[in-house]
Design a protein around this ligand. Structure first.
Ligand code: ZN
Length: 439
């Protein structure tokens, strides 16, 4: 007879693998396309707008010569997509990069469930991915444990009526200008994670970094100094509805979960929905597309409320990062045009400072430049709005690990190293920003 813990374990794993994910990716493949010329880019860009009609989904957001393009292909589309890639006289070479996405998802879920079951502590594990419920409980815990430093803030409610919450880290001390005088005009930083639901490393990294700032204040002189110089707004999960959906229905969901004009298609891309050159380029008006810009600018209640919260800080925020994965890129405005803003060098030099400090830890290499130059012209993104409308000079979009080996399915054993190296990059970047804003 089976002992009762084993029965519980088997039941748990059975439930975990059969019920949690409604959308099955069994035998879905990820292909890596090799792009060598502009004709191929034109062909694949054009196709990317209709790919959803075949349940084909581009994991890569940028199509550039000699850079891999990853695309998920369902079993039913394998033959036709292969034929398409070799048709029209413009042949695109590819390799099957992942043979069975569904198997990877299921295996990760089994390991996650097993380690949770065998863990005999209720402490928040920083080397694990967490549900929204766990993350919100963690936020409450941080605010009560570090009550001298952290205060809860509520951005508002999501489309499905969930709380969008974060916390502000503030030592409540006056900042010191470079000449040694004190100033009550303290500047602030905003870091948010999880705007795209499936990019799980993003909330996990924001959480790791926020915890380090809280727990090292008063112990680590560098962090103590930065927390005395800046207030830090931390929003671990921006797109709360989408994030819950990736845990319960579809691990690879990206968008929000609002209703659209098409009854079978849900959500808009919250990083194409901001009211700054909204939906001019590099975004779709098709509600079924993964880059759907929404029915209008700020149609998504999550986006409009975060924007309002940032605007309400009335210029205090001088640095913004919208964390994504994957590709290892540190990007500054603009996204909407390939033209560079007047402060491009100031912003991009910050990116270089960050990625050099980041690489010094484990050798992880990041690219840098403007969003339009690095990915493609894509309007309505967060960093364009925070810079263009809210005047946040040091606005960035950051794509965390990896470069596609696991893509959105980055294993949990990379959470801590990603957190550590990103922390090194952020400390260097905030030190760089400090020199400019307190001059
Ligand atoms: Zn993203």
């Amino acid at each position: 007879m089976l002992s009762s813990p084993l029965i519980v374990l088997i039941l748990f794993l059975t439930i975990g693998t059969s019920v949690c994910y409604e959308k099955s990716y069994a035998n879905h493949q990820v292909w890596r396309l090799h792009i060598t010329n502009n004709e191929q880019i034109a062909k694949i860009s054009a196709f990317s707008h209709i790919a959803h009609l075949h349940d084909i989904n581009f994991w890569s957001e940028h199509f550039r010569i000699d850079e891999p393009v990853d695309v998920r292909v369902p079993p039913a589309a394998v033959d036709s997509f292969a034929e398409f890639l070799t048709s029209d006289g413009v042949k695109i070479e590819y390799v099957v990069h992942m043979g069975d996405v569904g198997a990877i998802i299921e295996n990760q879920k089994i390991v996650q469930n097993l380690t949770r079951l065998l863990s005999n502590t209720n402490d928040f594990a920083y080397d694990k991915y967490h549900t929204l419920e766990e993350i919100q409980a963690w936020i409450d815990q941080m605010v009560s444990t570090y009550s001298e430093l952290a205060t809860l803030f509520t951005v508002g409610k999501s489309y499905e009526n969930r709380d969008i919450i974060g916390f502000k880290i503030s030592s409540k001390k006056m900042a010191t200008k470079l000449d040694g005088t004190k100033t009550a005009m303290k500047k602030a930083v905003w870091w948010d994670g999880g705007i795209h639901a499936r990019e799980w490393i993003s909330p996990a990294t924001v959480i790791y970094i926020a915890y380090t700032f809280l727990s090292k204040y008063g112990q680590d002189p560098t962090i103590t100094h930065l927390v005395d110089q800046f207030d830090f707004y931390i929003l671990p999960v921006f797109n709360v509805d989408g994030y819950v959906y990736t845990w319960t229905k579809d691990r690879l969901w990206r968008k929000t979960r609002s209703k659209t004009s098409v009854p079978t298609c849900f959500g808009a891309d919250p990083n194409r929905n901001w009211d700054y050159h909204w939906c001019e380029n590099g975004a779709s008006h098709d509600p079924c597309s993964d880059t759907f810009c929404g029915g209008k600018a700020f149609s998504e209640i999550e986006v409009s409320q975060v924007a309002k919260y940032i605007a309400d800080q009335q210029g205090a925020i001088v640095h913004y990062i919208n964390f994504h994965s994957y590709s290892q890129l540190w990007m500054s405005p603009w996204g909407w045009t390939a033209a560079r803003p007047a402060q491009y060098k100031l912003q991009d030099d910050g990116s270089v400072v960050a990625i050099n400090a980041l690489a010094a830890l484990y050798g992880t290499k990041y690219g840098h430049g403007s969003i339009a130059e690095i990915i493609y012209v894509s309007s309505g993104s967060s960093a364009d709005w925070t810079y263009g409308t809210a005047n946040v000079t040091f606005s960035y979009g950051v794509e965390l690990r990896d470069t596609g080996e696991y893509g959105f399915l980055l294993p949990e054993n990379q959470i801590i190293p990603t957190g550590q190296e990103t922390l090194a990059g952020l400390i260097a970047l905030v030190q760089y920003i400090e020199k400019h804003v307190y001059a």
